[in-house]
Design a protein around this ligand. Structure first.
Ligand code: 5GP
Ligand code: ZN
Length: 112
């Protein structure tokens, strides 16, 4: 997607602080953190919504969640972390490339 900011970050056309990368996902720091640790995990394949999942993307998402869990200690999240996937306008999704917010590094308040 030519006009997708996360695709540009994945291609290295826009700078970002990358913390993990493999052939199918990238994890980088959110530019406007709302917690002490605020990372974004994106699949390298562009799609925007969970409703676009197919068997191959479902498997990718499963591997991605396991990878986040495996990396949690290395990412400074041993005390716990929260994953958020905003879907659609009213949930506040501003970037139309599926992304998992990874929040942690402190005690997180619960809210909407
Ligand atoms: P959403 O609101 O779509 O769930 O989350 C988008 C997130 O991307 C926001 O938390 C926002 O701060 C982050 N973001 C937007 N543009 C950039 C960027 O250019 N670089 C980085 N690192 N994060 C971005
Ligand atoms: Zn994209």
């Amino acid at each position: 997607m030519d006009d997708c900011i996360f695709c540009k970050i994945i291609k290295g056309e826009i700078p970002a602080t990358k913390v993990y990368e493999d052939e199918e996902i990238l994890i980088f720091k959110d530019i406007a953190p709302i917690a002490k640790i605020h990372l974004l995990c994106v699949p390298k394949e562009h799609f925007a919504y969970l409703r676009e999942l197919n068997p191959s993307r479902e498997a990718l998402l499963g591997r991605t969640l396991k990878k986040i869990a495996d990396l949690s200690e290395k990412l400074g999240l041993s005390d716990g972390y929260r994953l958020i996937v905003n879907q659609g306008e009213s949930a506040g999704q501003t970037v139309k490339h599926l992304h998992i917010h990874i929040l942690g590094g402190e005690t997180l308040p619960w809210g909407v």
